[in-house]
Design a protein around this ligand. Structure first.
Ligand SMILES: C[S@@+](CC[C@H](N)C(=O)[O-])C[C@H]1O[C@@H](n2cnc3c(N)ncnc32)[C@H](O)[C@@H]1O
Length: 303
C-alpha cells in the first residue's frame, strides 16, 4: 500500500479521521519500502486507541519520531541487526537509583550492563557515577573496527570487515538524511576508508581508524565483553541492567533472558530491565530482586 492511503486508512481506523494535518504531514516521511515501519506504526496506533488517548493528545514529536526515526532504529534498516544506538545521559536517573537502592541486599558492588551499545556512553556514565564499583558492559555488536570520515560521521565493522552500523557526527534529521539518502554509497565510502586505513593507518583526527576501539574505554573499574544475553561467560553480579534491548525481542526470548539474568545475579541482587529516551524520559522499567534463588518483581519509584 502507498504511504498516503496507509495514513488515510490508519487515521480512519484508529482515530475516526481526527489526526491533525500537521501530524499527518510529518508522517509523510515514512519510507514507502519498509513494511516493518508501517506495521510498527499501526501497532503503536492500536495501543494508543486501546488506551483511550485521543488523537489531539498525540504530540508532533511522536509524529516526527514515527516518520523519520523509526526506520533508522528498527533492525530492518540494518540488515536485520539491532543497531547499537545509545544516547548520552539517558540513564542518569537509573544510575542514581542503583547508587541509592532500597532493595539491594548484597554487599558487593558489581554490575553488568548488557546490550550496552556502542560507543558505550551509558556504561561509562554509570561507571563514573558508581565510584569503586566494578562494571562490565557487554554487547554482541562491539566493533572490531571503527572508521570516522572527514566530518566525524562514523561506521562500525565486525571482524569480517562487514559494516554493522553508521551514524552522523551530529544525529540530526538532516544529517541522517544525507547519509541515508543513498545508504549503499555511504557504506561503500566507509568500506573504502577502512581498506585505505588498513594499508596506510591514520589513527588521529578525522578521518581515522580505530582497531578494537572498545579497549580505549576500559579502566580499572570498567571492562567490556563481546556477546549478548546468554552468550557471555560472566560471574554473578549485584546489579544487572538491560535497557533498550528487550523491545526488539519476542516473549519467548524475554523469558529466557530473565532466566539467564536470574542465574547471573547474586542472592539479594537486582535486575533492571526497561527502556527510555533521552534524560530518562519516556521510560518503562521493571525491577526484580533475587530472593531464594528466584527473581521477584519489586516496585520501582523513580524521582
Ligand atoms: C538500542 S541499543 C541500547 C544501548 C544502551 N543499552 C542504551 O540503553 O542506550 C540495543 C543494543 O542491544 C544489543 N543487542 C542485540 N542483541 C542482543 C542480545 N542478544 N543480547 C544483548 N544485547 C543485544 C545491540 O547490539 C544494541 O547495541
Amino acid at each position: 500500500m502507498d504511504r498516503i492511503n496507509f495514513l488515510k486508512d490508519l487515521n480512519r481506523k484508529y482515530f475516526n479521521g481526527a489526526l491533525s494535518t500537521n501530524f499527518l504531514t510529518r508522517l509523510q516521511q515514512l519510507p514507502v519500502d519498509r513494511p516493518d515501519v508501517f506495521s510498527f506504526v499501526e501497532r503503536m496506533f492500536n495501543f494508543v486507541r486501546l488506551s483511550g488517548i485521543p488523537a489531539k493528545d498525540l504530540s508532533l514529536f511522536h509524529a516526527d519520531v514515527m516518520g523519520t526515526l523509526l526506520a533508522r532504529i528498527l533492525p530492518g534498516g540494518w540488515g536485520g541487526k539491532i543497531p547499537p544506538i545509545t544516547v548520552q545521559g539517558r540513564h542518569a536517573i537509573i544510575d542514581t537509583y542503583i547508587g541509592n537502592n532500597p532493595y539491594l541486599k548484597s554487599n558487593g558492588k558489581t554490575m553488568l550492563d548488557i546490550g550496552c551499545g556502542f560507543p558505550p556512553f551509558t556504561t561509562i556514565e554509570v561507571s563514573n557515577y558508581l565510584k569503586n564499583w566494578k562494571v562490565v558492559g557487554a554487547d554482541p555488536s562491539l566493533p572490531a573496527y571503527l572508521v570516522y570520515d572527514e566530518d566525524g560521521n562514523y561506521a562500525t565493522f565486525d571482524d569480517t570487515k562487514s559494516i554493522v552500523y553508521f551514524q552522523p557526527a551530529i544525529p540530526s534529521i538532516d544529517n541522517w538524511n544525507s547519509l541515508l539518502s543513498d545508504a549503499s554509497s555511504t557504506k561503500k565510502r566507509f568500506e573504502q576508508l577502512l581498506n585505505e586505513f588498513l594499508i596506510n593507518p591514520k589513527t588521529e583526527g578525522f578521518p581515522r581508524l580505530e582497531i578494537d576501539p572498545i579497549k580505549s574505554y576500559e579502566t580499572e573499574f570498567l571492562s567490556f565483553k563481546n556477546g549478548g544475553i546468554g552468550e557471555i561467560e560472566i560471574e554473578e553480579k549485584d546489579v544487572i541492567r538491560c535497557f533498550n534491548v528487550m523491545y526488539y525481542f519476542d516473549n519467548n526470548f524475554q523469558d529466557k533472558a530473565l532466566n539467564w539474568f536470574s542465574q547471573k545475579t547474586v542472592e539479594g541482587g537486582i535486575v533492571m530491565v526497561g527502556g527510555d529516551w533521552a534524560h530518562s524520559t519516556e521510560c518503562y522499567y521493571h525491577l526484580f530482586q533475587k530472593e531464594s534463588g528466584e527473581l521477584r518483581k519489586r516496585n520501582l519509584h523513580l524521582v
